[in-house]
Design a protein around this ligand. Sequence first.
Ligand code: NAP
Length: 490
Amino acid sequence: MPRQPRVAIIGAGMSGICTAAKLRQAGMTDFVIYEKTGEVGGTWRENTYPGLSCDVPSRYYSYTFAPNPDWTRVFSPGPEIHAYLRRVARELEIVPHVRFNTEVAEAEWLADRSVWRLGTKDGEEREFDFIVSAAGVLHHPRTPDIPGLDEFAGAAFHSARWDHSVPLDGKRVAVIGNGSTGVQITTALAPRCASYKMFSRTPQWVMPIANPRYSRLSRALLRRFPALNRAWGRVGYKFWQQVFEKSFCQAVIRPGWQRRLLTAICRLHLLRLRDPELRRRMRPADQPMCKRMIFASGFYSKFARGQAELVDSPIERVTERGILTADGTLHELDVIALATGFHAHAYLQPIELVGQDGLRLSKVWSDEPRGYRTVALPGFPNFFLLLGPHSPIGNQSLFMITETQVDYALRWIDRWRRGEFTAAAPREDAAETFNAELRTAYPSTIWTSGCDSWYIGKDGLPALWPFTPQAHRDMLATPRPTEWHLTGAA
Ligand code: NAP
């Protein structure tokens, strides 16, 4: 009879639900998901801004084990994705395992007994054989340090903390930031406002996408016939995976026809702006895909039709009445939305993890987060990271990546169940070799072609996977025990 591991999962978002589902599938039910809020869904619970949607097709942006018959469009709106995650968590009986409104404060490895002692903010303590971090990547909103922001008399909030009590229709609204979030907000919101201004510091490339609806009939058929839903889900998943992996994923990691083609599409798309002056102001100086690519249709038309106004004079300060720019204009406003991104390298913060010999994660990662093969950390046994540093995130299906990483963690947990070890952590030299391999690959990626983005860490390098997604899957297809310290083999 294999041993039953006690597993703590941090976070009930997409990765946490995936871990729980796969543990259950493998017959392991002694797990707890710690969720600091009162609801599952992670980023799709937290983000509720107007126009929220996902720019990865939903048939691919979903679990392979839970194809969804109900997607209404190729690229789904955010609330549909959140509803999907809630339904999966409910139907796969994951919800009873979630400790809602319970924030993990710290975890310490107790080497004498090969267990983790995990402590919550409420002071509760519990022991586990494994910890899986599913705490997410874009989790901590970055509020800009703009002088006077708190003097503003209207409403100002971050895009990930949207205040739905604030009226928008017929108001004077501004968004600061023109990343994926700022573009989605602008496209959805501009036509509703009395005036709408997008404050842009650095122009960004935008790739057009069509977003057709799925017919009611096709949805009804998929719902009625689960075998058809499973088969069609597999086909859709594979199709979109191929599209992304053969085009976009190649384009970002090395020069070639894919990069030239996607660059040409972005440049052509910009021509939708007929006004040469506006086109000049919205033309980025960097290469398409250097920053995370934005997919959107209907964005430029909001400016062309005069529904949105571009403000590219630098922001000097916020006053009681609005935003003062360097050209001396005071833009009077009722609402300011801060689409200013996230602290993307604050993985796991503020949880303090204490590994072997008192090793503190905050110290290990004081320069820049890095680990072993995107999933583990030297000195932190029986600990797995999902969507951790250097995972193939960016314009990708994070569902696909997290499933690969959870399967990998489960292979190790399975070995533990068979008594092959009590504690396993990657070797420091194996992690070093892995990180050196990453560094040699970055120069041919588009991310290092001369732009600033949330991909880039303090060390000036992107915290991304510079190879193909297939290479990531191959790397994690089997554990490599020679790269690990194993103790306590039976
Ligand atoms: P972001 O890409 O980091 O963009 C932040 C924007 O705010 C940039 O335009 C930045 O300008 C601007 N900004 C920051 N501080 C500023 C300041 N002090 N003054 C003026 N402008 C300032 O953030 P995001 O748009 O929230 O997107 C983050 C990520 O979330 C995306 O890249 C994507 O991975 C994910 N996302 C995904 C989807 C999806 O459909 N899948 C949708 C939304 C978001 P600079 O460029 O000059 O720094």
